[in-house]
Design a protein around this ligand. Structure first.
Ligand code: NAD
Ligand code: UD1
Length: 348
């Protein structure tokens, strides 16, 4: 049985579907601070069976001990965490408390329960501003420009020293590039709170008419068209990488770092044109000043994961945008809306 922390969230819910479909038993631990119970109802609809659900916090040691006693858990996929960059600048302690201290509490409870396999959600943000592209795992980590990024780097360092201290640990640090897209059913996807920080959720809200235009943060970067370049990866490819990492952990072997990206960079303007192609609608945008803390470009060298995990991202940008667009049209108000009504409206 696999414990999935943060399993009601965007990436976690897709991972739970993949685990259930692979025949695993799953228990989700989530405090629902950035997600809703509805995502797991939809997960059950897709997978044909439901995961167990525990409503609670990764920082609650008593709860963790009970959970590990109650279920025959063999490994943990640890997605639970806070991820809003701006909020992390305003409230850094909350970010360190959840992302660093929460991960420590989880590992203490795991060790006491004799569970030593962990897949951790890290981020390409730990590389900071890399000078050369693509970024491989041997590239030095940099200085993340915000507390969110710092918390991911700190948690990585904690997990590395933990694995060095006790060879029973088998830990995968997965550095995500830019996860986008949704399950092809359109039933689960990204449901940001308030004004989206990330590019694709913002573009989708413009495309459905919830926002008038996209702000393009700078067109004077040293990139082919002057806008920021990122490595967007389909969330289904990303979770496939997690399943491969989990298989690999069962073989033992300390701590390993893998980039999960496609190896291809895409600019903001290329994203705008590609989404227009998928929706058949013009996407209004305005070029504004650069966003503080942004880097010009960032894309992965994914060959280590290809070699060691026999994993490769297979879905192209069009598939990412088509799946994201289907989710957005079926659920213009995220999990709060009525998907059946939206589906009927779309079909008519
Ligand atoms: P998300 O916010 O959709 O999911 C995180 C889940 O964790 C939510 O369901 C939330 O309710 C839960 N949670 C938060 N604090 C908790 C706590 N203390 N106890 C229990 N549950 C808690 O985010 P996501 O996009 O699915 O991201 C999952 C992980 O991947 C996060 O650790 C995030 O930092 C990391 N990550 C995400 C991205 C991205 O672009 N989405 C990129 C790199 C890394
Ligand atoms: C951001 C975070 C990063 C986090 C990642 C995933 C910052 C500075 N970085 O990365 O720490 O790990 O999300 O959650 O917030 N853009 C626009 N207009 C928008 C939004 C974005 O032009 O409204 C541009 C950005 O300038 C960037 C690109 O789109 O060039 C992608 O932005 P975003 O989706 O926020 O991801 P990152 O900046 O890579």
């Amino acid at each position: 049985m696999i414990l999935v922390t943060g399993g009601a969230g965007y990436i976690g819910s897709h991972a739970v579907v993949a685990l259930l479909q692979a025949g695993q038993e799953v228990v989700v631990l989530d405090n629902l601070c950035n997600s809703s119970r509805e995502s797991l109802t939809r997960v059950a609809q897709i997978a044909g069976r439901a995961p167990r659900f525990v409503h609670g916090d990764i920082r609650d040691r008593v709860l963790l001990d009970e959970l590990f006693q109650q279920w025959p858990i063999t490994a943990v996929m640890h997605f639970a965490g806070l991820k809003a960059v701006g909020e992390s600048v305003r409230d850094p302690l909350r970010y360190y408390q959840t992302n660093v201290a929460g991960s420590i509490t989880l590992c203490q409870a795991m060790a006491d329960a004799g569970i030593f396999q962990l897949v951790f959600s890290s981020s390409a943000t730990v590389y900071g501003e890399s000078v050369s592209m693509p970024i491989c795992e041997r590239c030095p980590t940099g200085i993340p420009t915000n507390p969110y990024g710092q918390s991911k780097l700190m948690a990585e360092n904690v997990l590395k020293t933990l694995a060095d201290s006790d060879h029973r640990w088998s830990i995968a640090l997965l550095r995500y590039f830019n996860p986008v897209g949704a399950h092809e059913s359109g039933l689960i996807g990204e449901d940001p709170n308030g004004i989206p920080n990330n590019l694709l959720p913002y573009m989708l809200q413009v495309a459905v008419g919830r926002r008038p235009y996209l702000n393009v943060y700078g067109d004077d970067y040293p990139t082919p068209d002057g806008t920021g370049v990122r490595d967007y990866i389909h969330v289904l490819d990303l979770v496939d990488g997690h399943l491969r990492a989990l298989e690999r952990l069962a073989l033992g072997g300390g701590v390993a770092v893998w980039n999960l990206g496609t190896g291809r960079g895409c600019s903001v303007l290329e994203m705008v044109r590609a989404l227009e192609g998928v929706t058949g609608r013009a996407l209004p945008f305005r070029v504004v000043a650069r966003r503080s803390g942004d880097i010009a470009q960032c894309w992965a060298d994914p060959t280590k994961a290809e070699r060691e995990l026999r994993w490769r991202a297979t879905r192209d940008l069009r598939a990412m945008l088509e799946d994201a667009w289907r989710w957005q049209r079926l659920n213009p108000h995220g999990y709060q809306g009525d998907v059946e009504k939206a589906a009927a409206a779309l079909a008519s």
